[in-house]
Write a protein of this length. Structure first.
Length: 291
């Protein structure tokens, strides 16, 4: 069973006795969600929607979660909570991919009147996060939407970026206007601009030499920044504390981002550099910002 996919507004609509559901797939880069529509009925249930989520055949810009090797089994709905079990293929995804898969399932299923939240399992056991904590029941409010892709035209975008000061003691903010003909997300543009570095002598570069962006995605207010291994091995112009919070504070200027998780080639790293534990989830730190 395959839903017809096209960009649409969010929500469930009724038309001539039919019910139109928004279905959330992953984009071709597996970095954000792509909304589409599925024509169901009042009897459509979670088993039907999970089947629709599995694969997309009529849109080359979207991928069903089954195309990532993840299968889902709907177990039951009790007191508004749908229990959904993932197959082992889920474990092969990186942290950002796992979060997007959960978001696709939750945002799709919670349109059903009988479903207000989703409890996830991995096989027969409760799903845990990368720190070993059991994932709680998730609702549509657990996820914030990515503000969208930058339109590929001559429009200018305004960003607040944080670079090191000339003495490399603090971060200082600078406003930068970026004119891009790109479909990169705003979050990815922020990281790319930090890698490019400052354009005046009053600021110092903060990113290690050779660092490349693998992907940047946002789910549940958490921004996953996946960088190449050069972030750890490249020559660093400043201490890791300034490097990390230049990214975190710059991203936190966007409405979509509350916290940041750094990944290296798709994985959480257990490395501590310059006293900074890179496995942790980071929040905005204004104490490190100078006047």
């Amino acid at each position: 069973m395959v839903g017809t996919l096209f960009v649409s507004s969010c929500g469930k609509n009724k038309d001539d006795g039919k019910v139109i559901y928004d279905v959330y797939y992953l984009d071709s880069d597996y970095s954000s969600l792509v909304p589409g529509k599925y024509e169901g009925t009042a009897d459509t249930d979670m088993y039907e929607l999970l089947s629709v989520l599995s694969i997309v055949t009529d849109n080359h810009s979207a991928r069903g979660i089954g195309e990532l090797g993840v299968s889902t089994v709907g177990i039951e709905v009790v007191d508004g909570v749908a229990t959904v079990s993932f197959s082992g293929g889920y474990e092969s995804l990186d942290v950002a991919g796992q979060t997007l898969v959960k978001a696709a399932v939750v945002k799709t299923l919670t349109q059903l009147d009988e479903v207000s939240g989703v409890k996830f399992m991995l096989g027969e056991f409760p799903l845990t996060d990368h720190l070993g904590a059991e994932v709680p029941v998730m609702t549509a409010d657990s996820f914030v939407s990515n503000p969208g892709l930058v339109v590929s035209d001559e429009n200018s975008l305004q960003f607040v970026l944080y670079f090191a000061d000339a003495e490399e003691n603090y971060l200082r903010s600078i406003s930068r206007e970026v004119s891009k003909n790109t479909d990169a997300s705003r979050e990815q543009i922020v990281i790319e601009e930090l890698i490019a570095g400052p354009t005046t002598g009053n600021f110092r570069k903060v990113m290690p030499e050779g660092t490349k962006v693998n992907s940047v995605s946002v789910a549940d207010g958490l921004c996953y920044v996946d960088l190449s291994n050069e972030f750890l091995t490249g020559s660093s112009p400043v201490g890791m504390n300034l490097t990390v919070y230049s990214m975190v504070n710059s991203l936190a200027e966007l409405n979509s981002v509350r916290k940041v998780q750094i990944l290296i080639d798709g994985n959480v790293t257990e490395i501590t550099r310059d006293g900074v534990d890179l496995s942790q989830v980071f929040s905005r730190n204004l104490d490190i910002v100078g006047e």
